[in-house]
Design a protein around this ligand. Structure first.
Ligand SMILES: CC(C)(COP(=O)(O)OP(=O)(O)OC[C@H]1O[C@@H](n2cnc3c(N)ncnc32)[C@H](O)[C@@H]1OP(=O)(O)O)[C@@H](O)C(=O)NCCC(=O)NCCS
Length: 165
């Protein structure tokens, strides 16, 4: 899997994350998101769900990542029933590399990997104030399925958004 694009000034590729890439992923997370995790958490997710842990590289530098779990539980897109579903735990792109399609490419590739793992839907949590990310998810077919009041440590609420695959 090697997705790449070229625009006037941008040229990136998307590939699977390896153990050696984790420190760079942690750096991207630290400077872009308020939600941080222990180093072990990243390595555990990579060990358990390697196919859906992806990164974007530009000029040899890790500029974005997405990490997901594959879960089995209540469907978020149908009223009843159970489903195998992908859960986007975290996605981020360094600020200076945004709005060039990297976030879209990371999500599309992760959805493809979830599909390959027989996942029938995908969901995520997003801050209700994170309008940019919400627009991006909506463009990719996600719809708000519920509101989690006071979900984040700082008291802010989250939407869960889900899409069928
Ligand atoms: C959300 C995020 C990953 C998007 O990455 P990106 O590489 O900029 O995404 P794309 O370039 O693929 O954006 C695709 C579309 O999403 C929408 N979008 C993305 N960011 C947006 C913003 N800040 N404001 C409004 N729309 C936005 C736009 O419609 C955009 O299309 P356009 O560039 O043609 O206008 C990135 O902004 C980010 O890392 N944010 C900080 C971390 C974060 O909030 N992660 C999500 C937590 S749930």
């Amino acid at each position: 899997m090697q997705e790449s694009t070229t625009s006037k000034a941008r040229d990136y590729s998307v590939r699977h994350c390896g153990p050696d890439d984790v420190p760079s992923v942690i750096t991207v997370n630290t400077v872009t998101l308020p939600e941080h995790y222990s180093d072990y958490f990243y390595y555990d997710i990579l060990k358990d769900f390697p196919s859906t842990f992806l990164l974007a590289e530009q000029g040899g530098k890790v500029v974005g990542y997405i990490m997901c779990r594959i879960e089995y539980g209540l469907s978020m897109t149908k009223r009843f029933g159970l489903a195998k579903k992908g859960h986007i735990i975290s996605i981020a792109v360094l600020e200076q590399y945004r709005s060039t399609g990297i976030g879209t490419a990371l999500i599309k590739e992760a959805l493809e990997e979830i599909r390959k793992a027989s996942g029938k839907e995908c969901y995520l949590e997003v801050r209700t104030t994170n309008k940019g990310a919400i627009v991006l998810y909506e463009k990719l077919g996600f719809k708000v399925s519920s509101t989690l009041h006071g979900y984040y440590k700082d008291g802010e609420s989250a939407y869960t958004m889900a899409t069928s695959l």
